[in-house]
Design a protein around this ligand. Structure first.
Ligand code: BDP
Length: 599
């Protein structure tokens, strides 16, 4: 789905701001009379302040009025939502216009022409934050009968982050031609010496046109040529490199009867990605991932778009010598993906497939018994939709180098292989760039028990030796970690291994002489131990820390006002360990052949 931009033929109005708001039932045919207001975009939870409202589960409503711009008969008006978490229905002047399920991907709704006449429009958005065994993420849904006979809906998160909800990303009113560019698909193929690229662009339109023209510009806006028979060869190509991005532009224009009817600029980078012989190649060089699992999580905004925080996070990421992050555990905003493209930051792109594990309450149940997860979950449809929508949205991003099919599912339980095989295949079928696909493996699904890693290209592991396993005993942790990594390497000698999570909760300011968990010293020792092991495994192609920053979670025995495994606090102040990381990561090159450097 195309990101909303201005062009000669397209304009848009930002509908951000203060909207009317109500938690609970509402008839969209009437005016919202709650007297409450909410900011768009943001999570409502922390902003409402009241405790019961913060934890509210169920339906909620937004409303605003807008004067519509005058448009001509060849144009249409579109409401475009970056994301509404987790479900939305859109009404204009009381008329239901469309809906979307899934809280992390964009959707758009055309406003029918008969409503344009009404002058001022009443826009009402229904949202709902219920999660259950049919949704992604997966939640444990229940209803409690209250003393007064009322029903209180509850969702116990089946994952370790707060279930923030609301209109999380921008809402735009887009004016575009009725006959318009509906999609642009860009792929490129590099010559062996990486000097030439064959760029292929295909364009989808909402209706047939006489001519589709695609001009390619370099980053300095010089015209390089146009796409002929679907392709253009670029000589002396400037590659999109890690931390050294270069973005070309494809300017797509549609013509009818010799007139320009729509035009759209899509930026793209040229790079190759490939997995081979236990290594991960970007631009044919073995790449080493240094970085983070993150969250969209800031004070006040919750999971709502916070572009300043996004930029600060990526600046901190670069400052510490990292080069990558994973969009754990859901697709991040389009704004973040565009920023990563520009800054040359490598992204592992994940759908909200988290909680596919019956009875998962963060880290409390680490037994390997079969809970019957795959009989219980009814997530197949939501899972397919999430993959389709993510690939449709992010396929042209150079920063995206791998797709994640799920985070920490019960991949050791009966039925996991059957569940995941078609989903991995779906990614492969849909992605025009044929990027590698992975699944992020949970600590119980050790090489002897896991049933799915044969399906994926990279062995991504979340491992907590020294924290959830051998808690506080780093000597034993070291032995366990090394043994397991060697076992994975022996089982899949051709697949690279990537550590996608490792970490220890740490409260800044807490100190000890004696390797006591939660202290800043322990966090340093934990990472030193882990790195000693990582550096001995030839197929281990990278390390992504859990987490970039502390973040908000559900209430749980193991959580002290949230998860504290961040290298930075929630307000982005460094913990002691940041210095250690900066030293390590600035001395590990982004590209190097680990196989040659490890004896
Ligand atoms: C893993 C999850 C992550 C948690 C983390 C932890 O992938 O979402 O926050 O461990 O327990 O289970 O800190």
């Amino acid at each position: 789905m195309l990101y909303p931009i201005f062009s000669k033929t397209r304009s848009m109005y930002d509908l951000s701001g203060v909207w009317n708001f109500k938690l609970g039932e509402h008839d969209p045919g009437k005016k919202l009379s709650s007297g409450e207001v909410m900011v768009v975009p943001t999570s409502f939870n922390d902003v409402v302040v009241d405790k019961d409202k913060r934890n509210y589960i169920g339906d909620f409503w937004y409303e605003r009025f807008l004067d519509i711009p005058q448009i001509n008969q060849d144009q249409e008006l579109v409401l475009r939502f970056g994301s509404v978490t987790h479900a939305a229905k859109v009404y204009v002047n009381g008329q239901f216009l469309g809906q979307h399920q899934g809280g992390f991907t964009p959707f758009e709704i055309v406003i029918p022409e008969h409503l344009h006449q009404d002058g001022q429009l009443q826009l009402a958005v229904y949202a709902n934050n219920v999660l259950d065994y049919t949704t992604l993420p997966v939640g444990n849904y229940s209803e409690e009968v209250l003393e007064d006979g009322g029903i209180k809906k509850q969702v116990k998160e089946n994952f370790d982050f707060f279930n923030y909800a609301g209109i999380h990303r921008p809402v735009k009113l887009v004016v575009r031609p009725k006959i318009h560019i509906s999609d642009i698909i860009i792929t490129s193929h590099l010559s062996e010496d990486l000097k030439k690229a064959e760029v292929r662009v295909s364009v989808e339109t909402s209706a047939p046109v006489d001519k589709v023209e695609v001009l390619i510009y370099d980053q300095e806006k010089n015209k390089l040529g146009h796409i002929e028979n679907g392709k253009l060869e670029i000589e002396n190509v400037c590659l999109w490199e890690v931390l050294d991005a270069y973005l070309y532009t494809a300017r797509v224009s549609l013509f009818k009867d010799g007139n320009l009817i729509d035009t759209y600029d899509e930026e793209f980078g040229i790079r190759s990605v490939r997995v081979d012989n236990g290594q991960f190649f970007i631009n044919e060089k073995p790449f080493y991932f240094k970085g983070f699992g993150k969250h969209e999580d800031t004070y006040i905004n919750g999971r709502g778009l916070n572009e300043a925080a996004n930029l600060m996070d990526l600046n901190l990421l670069k400052e510490i010598g990292a080069n990558s992050f994973r969009t754990s555990h859901y697709p991040y905003s389009e704004e973040m993906m565009r920023l990563a493209d520009r800054l040359g930051i490598v992204v592992i792109d994940e759908i909200p497939a988290v909680g596919l594990f019956q009875n998962f309450t963060a880290a409390l149940d680490i037994s390997d018994k079969d809970h019957g997860t795959w009989k219980l979950m009814k997530t197949k449809d939501a899972h397919e939709q999430a993959i389709q929508e993510l690939v449709k949205r992010d396929k042209n991003h150079a920063c995206v180098i791998m797709w994640v099919v799920a985070n920490e599912p019960a991949s050791h339980e009966e039925g996991a292989h059957e569940y995941f095989e078609p989903l991995v295949q779906l990614y492969k079928d849909l992605d025009p760039q044929k990027r590698p696909v992975t699944l992020v493996n949970i600590l119980m699904a050790t090489p002897d028990k896991d049933k799915v890693m044969d399906l994926v290209d990279v062995i991504c592991l979340n491992r907590y030796y020294g924290w959830y396993l051998e808690h506080g005993d780093l000597d034993k942790a070291k032995i366990g970690l090394k043994k397991e990594l060697l076992d994975w390497q022996a089982l899949y000698p051709d697949k690279p291994i990537l550590i996608t999570e490792y970490g220890a909760d740490t409260l800044p300011g807490l100190h000890s002489m004696w390797e006591i968990p939660y202290t800043e010293e322990f966090q340093c020792d934990f990472y030193d131990m882990s790195h000693d092991v990582f550096d001995t495994i030839p197929n281990l192609v990278g390390e992504q820390v859990w987490n970039f920053a502390d973040f908000e979670t559900n209430l749980m025995i193991l959580r002290v006002q949230g998860n504290h495994k961040g290298l930075f606090s929630r307000n982005r102040q460094p913990k002691q360990v940041v210095k250690t990381f900066k030293k390590r990561w600035t001395s590990i090159p982004n590209y190097h052949n680990k196989k040659n450097s490890v004896k």
